[in-house]
Ligand binder design. Structure first.
Ligand SMILES: [Zn+2]
Length: 709
């Protein structure tokens, strides 16, 4: 839609005007999908082409240009209008299982953690996984005080006024605990979704791709009256912080919530063995198409709340729940081109560009092709996949999607192959920088050897650096990074912190050169400056070193405590200092591969220089976020476990200690603060005594954490 204030240029034809209108609407929708819903609807090349065409038309007919033309700004405006709100207990997402067999593996993992064998009865509560939007409701003394979206899991958006328009969410609850965070899913029924799109279409408004997008878009409306007209629904499926228990099991807690007037899903079941879990999963899959709402799987939760507490969470997901996804839907289409993308760590990843096709309600135009072998039709184990059929440009291929996972190519119909098609020649050099891209023997992928000199790697590293779980600079989206990179403003993460100086004012400024408003420009710079203070675990993760994911970064941060201790040890390890090397591999969860990768990064003078430059820009590197449990007697202490514990497995003991802010190490050193010696502890106990480190037995340990918890 062209803005009303636009003056119409009399010289332009109606066709031009309608073409521009279409382009405005397409680009705005694409921007919104890309920047706010994280779901691209156009492939990059198409997007760029459309935007370039619009620019051309605007140059030719400047009077037709809308005042809020998408060519004038980068991306959609950030979702303004919602306050941020912190969750009392993090809203983690669930680990996925993509088959019933993986559910069995999940059960085995739970049992290993608890030290239970397969014969010990263990109940799971099962429920359908609603394809909606997670919401947390805070009730204080029975009154709805706040509704918060998941956000990054720690902090979400305060959407209270919108949630209050949903009839199924009670404003007041009788007999509720004095403090209660209810967790659940906002969704839109299929009927309402259909009718909403019809209404939108009739009014030339935005239509939605699927009920989940419609629910998200409807809840996050600045005007709550719009939300009210969208007929959203809610299912409660759990809780966060709570001032008194709701029941001994998950099912009991849900019954209690339902008695309080919160809607809960009626088709749940308590399963007492794996067969029952499998039956439930298959039963729900059969009912799927007849349900009034979209689901994409089944969630299994360890039933007893006391066991959930023992199992706790990793940094990303609870250990007591798993989301089992239904097999994805499939569709056939033409594979137009195979393109090579260069990743953050230099990996050359082939991507299939497809003729757009609808798979499970979503338009798919790209699919991952994993690596060279996958295209050739060979698995990582050397066994043929797709009956050994290779993939070629122009092929007729079967595409599938499972849940939110990136679409994949499952099969190819060689009988439709035309003569003259040739095997795909995988490049031996980086398409972005031309560096040789060798493939190591143990590696399934080719990697560009250009490292931080490779422009493609630079861009991907920058994107990773500002991502949610790293420096979380929301205002600096992918497209903006690409643009700044192409203009030479960004090469390394440190450059991000120099942006204000470079383009904050003057003729090259965001306002003058890029046409930004003064308010949004200063908002971006302020956001960047606020990240000069960052936690050590986020900093380590943000560096984007290969094999160093969030969990590893957490452990390194927990162990070393400060950047300088981490930096010193790594620098010494690069000089092959024995103590430093053994300290590094003594960190729980750090093996040879990770240590090698870390040392590789720290001994590369260019990478090291970039890291030092970054640290120079930072004001304050805080201790690990997790270690903020200051009232715990073991907070900040490095603990070594040795021998066998009777009451809990080693994994549970470690998880418990970490949850209380302790650091875990595999070997005793001068840094060790406490050794917990179980049955049959050998040399480690002796070494601790030599170093004068405090050693306690299991009874003392239980006493200590019992008091702490
Ligand atoms: Zn390269």
């Amino acid at each position: 839609m062209v803005d009303e204030s636009t003056e119409i240029n009399a010289a332009a034809s109606d066709d031009t005007l309608s073409e521009m209108r279409d382009l405005y609407s397409i680009i705005r929708q694409a921007n919104e999908a890309y920047y706010q819903n994280d779901e691209p609807v156009l492939v990059d090349a198409e997007y760029d082409k459309k935007k370039e065409r619009l620019r051309q038309l605007e140059r030719r007919y400047p009077n037709l240009k809308a005042v809020d033309s998408p060519t004038g700004k980068v991306g959609a405006p950030p979702a303004e209008g919602f306050k941020k709100a912190r969750h009392e207990v993090p809203m983690l997402s669930l680990d996925n299982a993509f088959s019933v067999e993986e559910v069995l593996e999940f059960d085995a993992k739970v049992r290993r953690f608890l030290g239970w064998d397969i014969g010990t009865p263990l109940e799971y509560d099962a429920e359908p996984k609603i394809d909606g939007l997670s919401l947390s409701l805070t009730y204080v003394d029975g009154l709805l005080r706040r509704a918060t979206t998941r956000g990054d899991g720690t902090t979400g958006e305060d959407v209270t006024r919108n949630a209050q328009t949903i009839p199924e969410i009670p404003e007041r609850i009788e007999g509720a605990p004095s403090f209660m965070e209810v967790r659940g899913e906002i969704y839109m029924g299929r009927e309402e979704f259909k009718s909403l799109n019809e209404r939108q279409e009739a009014a030339s408004g935005k239509t939605y791709m699927n009920p989940r997008n419609a629910a998200a878009g409807s809840l996050r409306q600045i005007d709550p009256e719009i939300t009210r007209n969208r007929k959203l629904q809610f299912f409660a499926h759990g809780f966060g912080k709570i001032s008194e228990p709701l029941g001994a099991t998950h099912a009991q807690a849900m019954t209690r919530l339902s008695e309080m007037g919160l809607p809960t899903n009626p088709i749940t079941k308590t399963c007492s063995n794996f067969n029952e879990m499998k039956e439930y999963f298959e039963g729900i899959e059969q009912q799927r198409s007849r349900l009034a709402y979209d689901i994409d799987g089944v969630v299994f939760k360890v039933s007893r709340i006391s066991l959930q507490t023992r199992l706790g969470s990793s940094s990303t997901a609870p250990r007591w729940a798993v989301s089992a996804k239904f097999p994805g839907e499939t569709a056939w289409t033409t594979l137009r081109r195979i393109e090579i993308q260069v990743g953050r760590t230099g990996a050359l990843s082939p991507v299939a560009r497809l003729d757009p096709v609808t798979v499970g309600g979503v338009v798919v135009s790209n699919a991952t092709l994993h690596n060279e072998d996958y295209i050739a039709g060979v698995g990582s184990d050397g066994q043929p996949i797709r009956d050994g059929k290779d993939l070629r440009e122009g092929d007729w291929v079967k595409v599938y999607r499972a849940g939110d996972v990136i679409p994949k190519v499952a099969d190819v119909d060689c009988s439709r192959r035309k003569g003259g098609s040739t095997r795909f020649e995988f490049p031996k050099a980086c398409p972005a920088c031309g560096s040789a891209a060798p493939r190591e023997e143990t590696d399934a992928v080719r990697r560009c050897g250009g490292d931080i000199a490779c422009p493609a790697q630079q861009v991907e590293r920058l994107k990773h650096f500002v991502s949610r779980n790293a420096f979380n600079v929301e205002g600096l989206g992918d497209r903006l990074i690409e643009q700044f990179h192409s203009e030479g403003l960004l090469r390394q993460p440190a450059d991000i912190f120099k942006l204000r100086k470079r383009i904050g004012s003057g003729e090259n400024s965001l306002q003058e050169w890029h046409g930004w408003g003064a308010k949004s420009a200063s908002k971006l710079f302020d956001e960047i400056d606020s990240r000069r203070s960052i936690s050590l675990n986020r900093l380590i993760f943000a560096l984007g070193i290969r094999h160093v994911g969030e969990g590893v970064a957490d452990r390194l941060a927990l162990h070393f405590g400060t950047w300088s201790a981490f930096d010193e040890t790594l620098t010494s390890a690069c000089e092959r200092n024995e103590n430093a090397l053994s300290e590094l591999v003594s960190v729980e969860g750090i093996g040879e591969t990770i240590a090698k990768s870390l040392i590789g990064a720290f001994s590369d003078p260019n990478i090291k220089k970039a890291m030092d430059g970054l640290v120079n820009e930072l004001k304050d590197i805080q201790d690990v976020e997790r270690a903020q449990i200051s009232d715990s007697p073991i907070s900040g202490i490095t603990i070594v476990f040795t021998g066998t514990l009777a009451a809990m497995t080693r994994a549970e003991a470690k998880a418990r200690a970490e949850a209380l802010g302790a650091r875990i190490s595999g070997s005793v050193s001068a840094r060790t603060g406490l050794v917990v010696a179980g049955q049959g502890s050998g040399s480690k106990g002796k070494k601790a005594q030599e170093l004068g480190v405090r050693v306690i037995d299991e009874a003392e340990w239980l006493d200590l954490v019992g008091k702490a918890g």
